[in-house]
Write a protein that binds this ligand. Sequence first.
Ligand code: XIL
Length: 324
Amino acid sequence: MGEKTLREAASERGLRFGAAVAADPLTDADYPDVLQREFDTVATENELKMGRLRPSRHEFDFEDAERIIGFAREHDMYTRGHTLVWHRMNPDWLTPWTYTDRQLENILREHVHTVAGRFRGQIDAWDVVNEAVADDGTMRESFWYRRLGQDFIDDAFRWANEVAPDAKLFYNDYGAEGLGEKSDAVYELVKGMLDRGVPIDGVGLQMHILLRGEEGRNPTPEEVAENIERLADLGLDVHITEFDVSTAHLEGDHEERLEKQAEYYRNFVQTALDTELDAFVTWGVADCNSWIYKRADGDDHPLLFDEHYQPKPAYDAVMETLTE
Ligand code: XIL
């Protein structure tokens, strides 16, 4: 590794560079060192999801989330809270509800108030609502939507703003990174929110590259740049929130795949520098922590550091891009 860290190189270019973090590996040997040395931004991977926070209707368990946020603050890092409202990873007691719509709305309000309020002043940016738009650009038929209608989105942002007025409030989604039906739908959604005076500050582009295998369906850097600019023109901040590049669908042997992967990282970090993107977050620290690696039983290597926390060709490509 060179003398400069990724954290330093990104900061010199005015770009926040982050990783999704889990509580458990914070006590591992290499994980916390690499994390605080190479990254200046932390996103909570699972620990702030409703299912993890709420073992039962009237109980909140903040311990794991607080370990992550505590670590981040101790190391002077920017914090992204993920996520207040999602259709997945909710507690078992929530979905087979017998609540009235009114009660469900109260549960959601109480959730947003309690969680965003608890971390007031400690979480810099919140993914308030995650993945509310379906792949075809219509509203996703989640149970929040079916029961509460589209208002649940505006409401969640207003509630978060009531208790955490200084946090930046984001709408976050996948498949809306480039141009197309879904990204148009997200654009219209957030524009409508701004028109209605809803306190939204930003849009998160997940960017799980090649996850479903087809290279053709991935957005080009040019499209992503155009999308970032149109969102920024609305006055919104834009973050890349969950970047990873699955190697499983790239051609060649392991080394060749890592070289191809490095080009994706290079191109999109260049896009970040060429646009008004404010933060670039990878979804994990090292390959062995990645959800994609785990799902593929170690046969997919999406991140900047390998299983032994050594920098990969993608790391060198990012460093070159940031320092040239
Ligand atoms: C993933 C986590 O990385 C996994 O550990 C978990 O089992 C499932 O969720 N989009 C999101 C993230 O917004 O919350 C997801 O995180 C990945 C896809």
